[in-house]
Structure formats: structure tokens, C-alpha cells
Design a binder for this molecule. Structure first.
Ligand code: HEM
Length: 533
């Protein structure tokens, strides 16, 4: 008996020792991430003369930057000077650039970030995203992007990224786009006709918040072109859940406990909600994809079709292993989830800002309308030739994306020790690329940088600034936006359909307050006056 109890005690001691060792190992790893590594990176950068605010344990400098952003009024002045560092969008820049110069080091929670806004450095970092390159997505950004959008092409690196990108790419080619124009017009028609009716009922002019309808239009465009005419209702629910998930995720990220090892697996109310939302999102994506698969299986359709979903299904092998080095069924689900979100969010926010700026700058609005009437004519008969004649509209859209890029910051991390011009970049340091600040820097854009002047794009993007890489609303290099052509065609069609019918005027109900979450958005939407022409 005595021997049995001794054995039991010995097992207990071993178990307790193992548990204590696991706790200590985890604690040491945690301390390494939140304290020793940030201090090491700080020392390396300080030795090279890079300054910045003091290191703050765990919370970093975010509370200070956020507090600075909140010192600005709810309705910012709408004077015509756009040369600031957008304090409500990126408060850290308006706080630290003036104090520490064009490069500084600060902490996003425990992540050590070197902020840069020089085009040569930005280009070099984005080029370094190629397979085997020196940089990858920052761990924090990677975590958020993957949690929200799954393991689609946006979250991937290396060979698997190259496979997925190659598979998706043909859908976005110029030639394929020609066949999508009618669907895009169709997608925009119902909301715009609704505006016509509302304006007529209001006696010819209406003060209206357009953002919800603009969003519905971009949702229909991505549904009709990429997933089939009957997919919009599922897509709408999907986007609603994705937005809700994002809100919960951001709220969670702001709490310190969320970053403790193992915390995300605990059955807290928030963790359970996130698991539930994720499961519902996946359920909808599976429904969307499987409906098409079953239609082919049951011979209701003779092929998967030529839209993005059809092309992905035709290219996919049967496997559903997320990690496999191939394009399989899991890749279809993941990329469908991603494209539904990416396809709506940035386009609708850019269009919101574009409509607001057109209302504020009537001389450019008139020039655009003149061009649209002459290039497209009086009907809705768009084609790629006519759209390519819309130079002024394109210049306006570029100028809007210069001032209000939907992705005003990109973050990457050094995979190994490397050099960037005169700087030594140690492995593990994050690089925050200050895109919007670069878009507003007189050094690259000239003295009229603070003016809304689409004319600067008259000779194309490459002549608008020096060097041309100072303009990167769609990012740059191997992991740039896959849908640049698609986006420009879509936005030109929608702007043309609106300007052919309405004069846009500034509304007294518009509160100017750009903000930045996953993308840059107008916090209080966009109120404009729609006046029938
Ligand atoms: C005005 C509209 C848009 C803007 C400003 C924009 C901007 C961007 C930017 C800056 C990136 C790089 C993001 C990063 O590296 O974290 C990106 C990537 C991406 N975008 Fe867009 N985008 C727009 C519209 C669209 C649309 C309409 C789609 C799909 C239909 C789309 C699909 C994607 C995808 C799949 C990627 C990931 C590419 C990769 O990692 O290889 N985007 N976009």
C-alpha cells in the first residue's frame, strides 16, 4: 500500500513539476515578446539615430495616439487644405512626425514599428514580399486578416500564395472584364433608379446619406460578376456578419487579456461570440460554393461557369486541407470569403469619398459630366472603349485615392536581418508604411500638395509625382491589389451613372470625420444634395 501511495505522490510531483515548467516556459516566451524583444529592437534602432516616443509596457503608444485623435472636433473643417497628417485617421503621425522627423519608432501594443514615408523605402519593403523576399505581413496584421477573411490569397505567403494568386488572376484580366460591364451596370441600376424616384418625389432635389446604397451597389457588383446573379442575398448576410465579427475582433484586440497565451481558447462570452460568428460566416460561404458544385453534380448546370467562383471550382482539386500546397476546395472557400469582403469594402469607401469631393468641387464635377456625356452618350450603353475615354473621371478618382486611400497604412515585418538604404533592419522589426502621409508630402507632390487638384494626374499616374512610387493606393509589387482594373472600371461606371442624372451639392448635414478601422471610412457617412438634371 505504502508503495502505491508513494507512486501516486511521485506522479503528482512529476505532474506539478511539468505544469509549473510549462507555465514558466510560457511566461518567459511572453516576456520575451512583450518586453525583451521590444527593448532590443529599440536599442538597435536608437544606435542608428532613429527616435520616437518612450516605450510603454504592453499597451505601447496607442492610448496616447488615440487620445490625441480625440482632441479633434466631431465635424472637422471642410476648408480646402488637405496637407495635414489626417489626425483622426492616423493620429500617431500628426503626433510624432512633427516631433521626431520622417522616420520614428513606436509601439503598437508590444509590436515595435518603424514608421517610414519615403517612396524608395516603401517600394523596397513591398518588393520584398516576393516569394523568398526579406519581408512578410506583420504578425498582428496577419492574425487580424486571417481571423476575418480566412486563409485566402491576402493572408498567404510563399508558394501557396503564388498558386492562389495565379488561379485568381485571369478573372481580373482586361479581356475578362469586358464581359462584366453589363453586370456592373445592372448592379448599380436599382439603387440609382431609387434615387431618381426619391428625388422626383422630393420636388427635384434631396439631401441624402448615400453610403448605405453605395455599399449595396458594390455588394451587387461583386455578387453579380464573381459569384452569380442569385448570390447577392447570401453575400449581403455574409458581409453583415463579417462587419460584426470585425467589430468584436477589434474590441477584443484593444484588451490586454486577449494577448495572454491561451486566453483566446477560454470560453468567455466574447470568445464564444467570435467562434459563433466565424462558424456562421463559414456556413454561408459553404452554402454559396456548394450550391454551385451541387448544380453541376446534379447536371442542372453543364459547367461551373466563367465567373470567379466557376473558375476557382474548375481549377480546384478535391482536397480540403488548408495547408496543402495546391489549389483545392478549401482554397475556394477561403478565397470566396476574402473576395466578398475585399470586393465591397474598399470600392464603396472610395466612392463615398469621391461623391463627397465631387459635391465640394463643382468645377471638376462639371468637367467630368461633360466628358461622360461626350464619351458615353445619352444611354447606358457602356463598353471598354468608351470607358477608356473617361480621363477626367480617372484623374478625379486617383486624386480622391491620393487624399483618402482606403488603406492608409501597410505593415510588414523583417523575416531576417536586412538593410534598407542607410538603415540596418533587425529581424522581427515591423515596418509601418505611412501611405497616406507619403501621398500628402510636398517633397514628392510639389507645393500644391494640400489642394484637391485631379489635374496633377493629367499625364498619367507616373507623371503625377516624383518618384512615381509615392502613389500607392493599391499597394505595390507582388502582393499589390489583384483587382486594380476591375475596380477602376466599376468606379467609372458608377460615377458616370450618377453624374449623368444628378448634380451633386454639399449638404449642411455632412459631418467630415474620416476614420480608420480595417479601412478608411467617413465616420458619419456621406450626406450630399442630389439635384435632378
Ligand atoms: C478602391 C478599391 C480598392 C483598393 C483601394 C484596394 C487596395 C488594396 C490594397 C492596398 C491591397 C494590399 C493590401 C495588403 O497588402 O494588406 C489590396 C489587396 C487585395 N485586393 Fe484590393 N483594393 C480595392 C478593390 C478590390 C476589389 C474590388 C477586389 C476584389 C474584387 C480586391 C481584392 C484584393 C485582393 C484579393 C488582395 C490581396 C492580393 C494578394 O495578397 O496577393 N480589391 N487591395
Amino acid at each position: 500500500m505504502e508503495t502505491a501511495s508513494e507512486v501516486r505522490n511521485a506522479i503528482l510531483v512529476v505532474a506539478l513539476t511539468l505544469a509549473a515548467s510549462a507555465v514558466i516556459v510560457n511566461l518567459l516566451a511572453f516576456m520575451r515578446t512583450v518586453l525583451w524583444e521590444p527593448l532590443r529592437l529599440k536599442r538597435v534602432m536608437q544606435r542608428q539615430g532613429v527616435g520616437g516616443p518612450p516605450f510603454r509596457f504592453l499597451v505601447g503608444n496607442l492610448p496616447e495616439a488615440a487620445a490625441h485623435g480625440q482632441t479633434f472636433p466631431e465635424a472637422l473643417p471642410t476648408d480646402d487644405d488637405f496637407s495635414d497628417f489626417s489626425p483622426t485617421v492616423t493620429p500617431q503621425y500628426s503626433l510624432y512626425f512633427p516631433k521626431y522627423g520622417k522616420r520614428f519608432l513606436y509601439w503598437w501594443g508590444s509590436e515595435t514599428r518603424l514608421v517610414v514615408r519615403e517612396p524608395e523605402l516603401v517600394k523596397r519593403v513591398l518588393d520584398g514580399m516576393k516569394v523568398g523576399g526579406d519581408f512578410e505581413r506583420s504578425h498582428l496584421e496577419s492574425f487580424i486578416v486571417t481571423a476575418l477573411n480566412g486563409k485566402g490569397v491576402h493572408s498567404l505567403d510563399g508558394k501557396k500564395w503564388a498558386i492562389d494568386r495565379q488561379t485568381l488572376k485571369p478573372f481580373f484580366h482586361q479581356e475578362a472584364l469586358k464581359g462584366m460591364i453589363a453586370a456592373m451596370v445592372n448592379a448599380a441600376a436599382s439603387e440609382i433608379h431609387k434615387w431618381e424616384q426619391m428625388v422626383a418625389q422630393a420636388g427635384g432635389s434631396l439631401d441624402y446619406g448615400v453610403e448605405t446604397d453605395v455599399h449595396a451597389i458594390s455588394g451587387k457588383v461583386i455578387s453579380y460578376t464573381a459569384f452569380g446573379y442569385d448570390s447577392y442575398e447570401t453575400g449581403k448576410q455574409l458581409y453583415g456578419l463579417q462587419t460584426q465579427y470585425l467589430e468584436v475582433l477589434y474590441a477584443a484586440c484593444r484588451e490586454l487579456t486577449f494577448w495572454f497565451p491561451g486566453y483566446r481558447r477560454l470560453p468567455t462570452k466574447r470568445n464564444k461570440l467570435m467562434t459563433e460568428l466565424d462558424a456562421r460566416i463559414n456556413g454561408l460561404v459553404h452554402k454559396l460554393v456548394d450550391t454551385r458544385r451541387n448544380a453541376v453534380k446534379q447536371e442542372q448546370m453543364s459547367s461551373y461557369g466563367n465567373d470567379l467562383l466557376g473558375r476557382m471550382l474548375a481549377a480546384a482539386s478535391d482536397g480540403d486541407d488548408d495547408a496543402a500546397l495546391e489549389f483545392n476546395l478549401a482554397s475556394v472557400y477561403n478565397n470566396a470569403r476574402l473576395v466578398y469582403f475585399a470586393g465591397q469594402e474598399s470600392v464603396s469607401q472610395t466612392l463615398n469619398f469621391a461623391l463627397m469631393m465631387l459635391a465640394r468641387f463643382p468645377e471638376w464635377q462639371d468637367l467630368a459630366r461633360e466628358e461622360i456625356l461626350s464619351a458615353i452618350g445619352d444611354d447606358e450603353d457602356f463598353n471598354s472603349n468608351k470607358l477608356s475615354r473617361l480621363k477626367v473621371v480617372e484623374m478625379i478618382l486617383n486624386e480622391v485615392m491620393r487624399l483618402y486611400p482606403t488603406v492608409p497604412i501597410l505593415t510588414r515585418v523583417a523575416k531576417r536581418d536586412t538593410h534598407l538604404e542607410d538603415l540596418f533592419i533587425p529581424k522581427g522589426l515591423s515596418l509601418e508604411l505611412a501611405i497616406q502621409a507619403m501621398h500628402r508630402d510636398p517633397k514628392y507632390w510639389g507645393e500644391d500638395v494640400g489642394k484637391f487638384n485631379p489635374g496633377r494626374f493629367a499625364n498619367g499616374v507616373s507623371k503625377a509625382c516624383t518618384p512615381p512610387q509615392a502613389f500607392v493606393p493599391f499597394s505595390y509589387g507582388p502582393k499589390n491589389c489583384i483587382a486594380i482594373n476591375f475596380t477602376m472600371v466599376e468606379m467609372k461606371i458608377i460615377v458616370s451613372m450618377v453624374l449623368r442624372r444628378f448634380q451633386l451639392l454639399p449638404s449642411p448635414n455632412y459631418k467630415h470625420h474620416p476614420q480608420f478601422g480595417m479601412t478608411q471610412t467617413p465616420k458619419y457617412g456621406v450626406h450630399i444634395i442630389l439635384k435632378a438634371l
